[in-house]
Design a binder for this molecule. Structure first.
Ligand SMILES: [Zn+2]
Ligand SMILES: [Zn+2]
Length: 113
């Protein structure tokens, strides 16, 4: 969570028309650009490892979810057809990146294989 340097109100991530992530103050409209590294940290707050093969990333910040792109995909849990998605680069080069989905209706999170 970031706070406005001008008035100390909570700042929320907002997406601009150019696709840039900004932190915007609710109170005085002060805004600052999110650095790439801190954007990643903002989105992926927690990673739970059940086993080396079953990795689930939990996004806890509801405000960050709102700025993420949505995609037409069917939720395996409730059959809703829209979810947000994000990519996670895995450490080994041959695995490439993994795409995670999170259902907009029931908030079920799953990864694509
Ligand atoms: Zn402010
Ligand atoms: Zn669902």
């Amino acid at each position: 969570m970031k706070f406005c340097p001008q008035c100390n109100s909570i700042m929320l991530p907002t997406k601009t028309d150019e696709g840039l992530l900004l932190l915007k103050c609710r109170n005085c409209n002060y805004s600052s650009e999110l650095e790439k590294e801190s954007t990643e940290k903002y989105k992926i707050t927690k990673e739970i490892k059940h086993s080396p093969r079953d990795k689930t990333t939990i996004i806890e910040d509801a405000d960050a979810i709102q700025t993420m792109p949505t995609v037409k995909v069917t939720c395996p849990k409730c059959n809703h057809d829209k979810a947000v998605y994000w990519q996670l680069q895995t450490r080994s080069a041959d695995e490439g990146s993994t795409i995670f989905y999170r259902c907009l209706k029931c908030h079920h999170t799953w990864r694509s294989y």
